[in-house]
Design a protein around this ligand. Structure first.
Ligand code: PRT
Ligand code: ZN
Length: 287
């Protein structure tokens, strides 16, 4: 039987939708039916395993899955020896220390001898150890933010994205100790050449999808005399496509710009007389 690559995806939670969307954008077709445990893609040798995110690293280690998508926090906390294949850039969050407003926090050393509630004792433990700080951990798997109010802990260390949960529970975020986003992880040895080749094909597509999301395609009309200056602004790219317009002295320019600098570029182009600026997303982009 032909080899297939098995990917473990969170069944239902913050990572699920975006993980599946990225794979769909790779042109891979499947049902993404969250009621099933596993399913196969119809046009690519890939099988999906829908599980709890906590179980993904161990499933990969044990060969039940070959690769998977988890939060970097989950992977680092479990300290299972795999490879981070790609940082996928979504589900961004930070692991932060938060304390009740009355706590006189002056830095990590204020945690000396305190009780800290967290679901990340390994990540936090390593950071405190580096600083020579000793604290006791109250290990909880949910509702970490209520522990100071009920007298179980003096401080907490939990994931934060908007900060709304902390604010709602009367806690101040005093220090961010670690940053996380979704990562694709895999076993160091795929076990067969065929499987490694499938993984390479998947990564090639994933890279094209990720690269595309970092760029925009823009088209605009420009007085020809400003072409040199515009080329300077959108420099770093391969030369733009320039076509003359019927109106004398005007050209139409088409090029790719980075999402990061898009608004700066846009303003400068306007200043140079660019008109009818049209911006579109790019679906796939190869090198
Ligand atoms: O059921 P299963 O075990 O699969 O899911 P789960 O409940 O363990 O995980 P889930 O879906 O909540 O989170 C999956 C991953 O998403 C995490 O491991 C992180 O990598 C990432 N992520 C991104 C977050 C957050 N943002 C986040 N805000 N995970 C959790 N939170 C929680 C946080 O713990 C706190 O309770 O959201 C609350 C804070 O949010 P804000 O926006 O109020 O600051
Ligand atoms: Zn979980």
């Amino acid at each position: 039987m032909a080899e297939t690559l098995r990917i473990a995806i969170q069944k239902s939670g913050r990572l699920s939708e975006k993980s599946l969307e990225m794979i769909k954008n790779c042109g891979i077709k499947f049902g993404s039916d969250a009621r099933v445990l596993k399913e196969a893609a119809t046009n690519f040798p890939l099988e999906f395993l829908y599980v709890r995110d906590d179980d993904i690293p161990a499933y990969i280690r044990d060969g039940i899955a070959d690769v998977g998508i988890v939060g970097r926090n989950e992977y680092d906390e479990q300290a299972i020896d795999l490879t981070v294949l790609r940082d996928l850039g979504f589900a961004k969050c930070r692991l932060s220390i938060a304390v009740p407003h009355a706590f006189p926090y002056k830095g990590l050393s204020s945690l000396q001898g305190k009780r800290i509630a967290t679901s990340y004792p390994n990540i936090l433990g390593n950071i405190l150890k580096e600083q020579g700080i000793q604290a006791s951990f109250v290990q909880v798997s949910g509702s970490v933010e209520i522990t100071p109010a009920v007298g179980v802990a003096d401080a907490i260390c939990d994931l934060v994205s908007t900060g709304a949960t902390l604010a709602m529970n009367g806690l101040s975020e005093v220090e961010s100790i670690y940053k996380s986003s979704a990562v694709m992880i895999g076993r160091k040895d795929m076990g067969s050449d065929e499987k490694s080749q499938i993984l390479d094909r998947l990564m090639l597509r994933l890279d094209a999808v990720m690269r595309a999301s970092n760029y925009k395609y823009i088209m605009f009309n420009l007085p020809e005399e400003h072409l040199d200056q515009v080329a300077h602004i959108i420099g770093g790219m391969k030369s733009p496509t320039v076509t003359p317009l019927l109106e004398k002295g005007w050209v139409s320019v088409q090029t790719v710009v980075a999402e990061d600098t898009f608004w700066d570029d846009f303003e400068q182009l306007k200043e140079l007389g660019a008109q009818g600026i049209l911006v579109t997303p790019i679906e796939k982009m190869t090198e």
